[in-house]
Design a protein around this ligand. Sequence first.
Ligand SMILES: [Fe+2]
Ligand SMILES: [Fe+2]
Length: 405
Amino acid sequence: MDIDVPLRELGAIDSTALRDAILGQESSAWNEDESRQESFYMHEKTRSIVLLSMDHDNWPDFEVSQGPGWKRIADVALPVMRKIIKKHYPVGGEVVRAIAARLVAGENIKPHSDVHQCFHCGHRIHVPITTNPKVWFTIDGRPYQFKVGEAYEINNQKQHSVVNKGAEDRITFIFDYYPPGPLAYAANQEKERPESRQDTNPKFRKLLGKERNYLLLRSNFDVEAIKNKVEHIPDARWLESEREQHFNTHRDTQSLVLINFFRSKHTKPDYRELYFEFENEIKSVVDCIAEYYQNNGFLVRMLLAKLPAGSQIANHTDSGDVLLNCHRVHIPIITNDKVVFAVGGEEKNMQVGELWEIDNELVHSVENHGDEDRIHLIIDWVPNYTGRPEENVLASFGQDTLSAI
Ligand SMILES: [Fe+2]
Ligand SMILES: [Fe+2]
């Protein structure tokens, strides 16, 4: 939840029994539930013991279930959580997540913010179990060191990261508490954009503010030349694709990148060999997009994304300043009538010849129930209302890491 400040100190808490219980777990307990590191790219260097987890696939409906650590640790975790809640929050709400999280010595959790709406609604509380002088927690650009015997609420809506340069693993107990009453997000249906985005591109609105989930830029657009060229890409080349290796959500997809941009890696968009191979075929589509956005901006990412027959991209939201500050345009190249795109709860079967901007900040997913692979050209266009050079605009975005694109 956004608590206005990066960190709230909740004061001393007797966590001795909880600490003893967590440290007394068999080492195998840390590998029983790998869903966190599998679902969240930035948590790949963590291990966890799950007491309570939340299934939010049908958000805003959700289900809380007990994990393997519940039976062994709940008796000592509950008094700690109850004491903290009673002292600092309205009682009568619900703890929706509780885990012990271990960050391996020498590893880090890359900068990110917790984007899914379920993270906006809860207080995220940390009770340090072990730490060392080389562990730093950074929230909204400010570094903190947590102490054992204290508790903290972190602002998970601000960018945060952790480094453990010490020789020992760092362990923290984390729980998310939803106070009673309507969910914080549900109470505020209007989408709010973080201030940082207002600073970087003040007039930016997804879909130009014209629509909520999808915006049709063009129909009857001729993509035959792109299709012919795509059909000649050998299977072996698709197998070398990369996005699915970085993003768990996209593990069933194959993507070939024409232009790439990661704020942490590049200072300007990286035009790959494939872009130049397709330059003639994609020129008209790029011109069309540039014209729609009033020739005011630039390309930042372009890829061909294949979703094989029978596969899906599960519900997710995109994150990171660049992805949230661009117009994301989908251009179906090969598709079928059994492909279902869902954005913000609205389903659509995009047709070849159409150009669609989607609001990738909202929960979205794709299912291909057809017999044929689906291939989209995806283009990210960053508008530039500031008149500054491209590189300055890109440099003003936060050091994002992407949990999904
Ligand atoms: Fe986080
Ligand atoms: Fe996405």
